[in-house]
Ligand binder design. Structure first.
Ligand code: PAF
Length: 283
């Protein structure tokens, strides 16, 4: 496995692979890898000849009061896991390698970056679309894989690639869950033990909504069912429950006849958990 700490090393590695006519896939991550990330890596490996995983805790997508300094990191373990998965190269740049000082140029997807999580975290999605564009330009992959767990991020990246004619394919990987249903996330390790137990509430609320959606309830009844399950979890603070069109993330109301996505953001202590599920009525 080749380790590239500079853009030049990364570019040269991919140039050599492309000279052999190999196809290249990219799995962008912020490290502290878990089974969820490894699922993305396996999807890429099953589709292309060579896979690059990037590990970069991107400062531009963290707000001033967010957890950049405490974001968990374990480079040695990440590299071991990626090597075991048969990744061809890891891109591990430092912040100075990725960003010039000052206010560099950025990429923004205006409508999608200002709604939902974007409204709660100003600047977050601009940071994501900018760093992802930079990674695409450095690695020049044929495809890139992102988790469906970060549904708004995936929708925004798909739109960015389409609108800016970026020459690669985007694959979404279904959310990988712990045996009790909690969506895997690097943040889970920071949950207190009792909060960790209670956090199954997110998945259970989504299961309940998925079953209920089949009977064509109104959007407000669906939301009420989700909220009541989350309220049973005593330590949870529900930051948001949003039910949107699954393709466009536009608002929907009343009874629905197209798939909708339920997006949850729930706080346990200082840890914000997100989860999502696309649900559809039985027609
Ligand atoms: O999903 C993430 O881990 C990050 O937002 C990403 C896509 C690696 C960009 O920093």
């Amino acid at each position: 496995m080749i380790i590239c700490r500079t853009k030049a090393e990364m570019r040269e590695t991919v140039r050599n692979w492309k000279a052999e006519r190999a196809t290249v896939g990219l799995v962008p991550t912020m490290g502290y890898l878990h089974e969820g990330h490894l699922g993305l890596v396996r999807m890429a490996r099953g589709t292309v000849d060579r896979t690059v995983a990037s590990i970069f805790v991107n400062p531009t997508q963290f707000g001033v009061n967010e957890d950049l300094d405490t974001y968990p990191r374990d480079e040695a373990r990440d590299l071991e896991l990626l090597e075991r998965e048969g990744v061809g190269a890891v891109f591990l740049p430092g912040v100075e390698e990725m960003y010039r000082p000052g206010e560099p140029a950025y990429v923004e997807v205006p409508e999608l970056s200002g709604i939902l999580q974007g409204a709660l975290r100003p600047g977050h999605f601009r940071g994501v679309s900018t760093v992802v564009t930079k990674l695409f330009n450095i690695v020049t992959p044929d495809l890139a894989v992102f988790g469906e767990k970060d549904y708004q991020q995936l929708t925004l990246i798909r739109q960015m690639v389409r609108d800016l004619d970026m020459p690669l394919e985007i694959l979404g990987h279904p959310t990988v869950r712990e045996p009790d249903g909690l969506a895997m996330s690097s943040r889970n390790v920071r949950l207190k033990p009792d909060h960790r137990q209670e956090a199954v509430a997110l998945n259970e609320a989504l299961d309940k909504a998925e079953a209920m959606a089949k009977t064509r309830p109104s959007i407000s009844d669906l939301e009420m069912a989700v909220r009541s399950r989350l309220e049973n979890s005593r330590s949870a603070t529900t930051e948001s429950i949003d039910i949107r069109d699954a393709d466009t993330l536009e608002e929907v109301s009343g009874p629905f006849d197209r798939p909708v996505v339920i997006l949850l953001a729930v706080r346990y202590g200082t840890v914000l958990l997100i989860d999502q599920r696309v649900v559809a009525p039985e027609l």
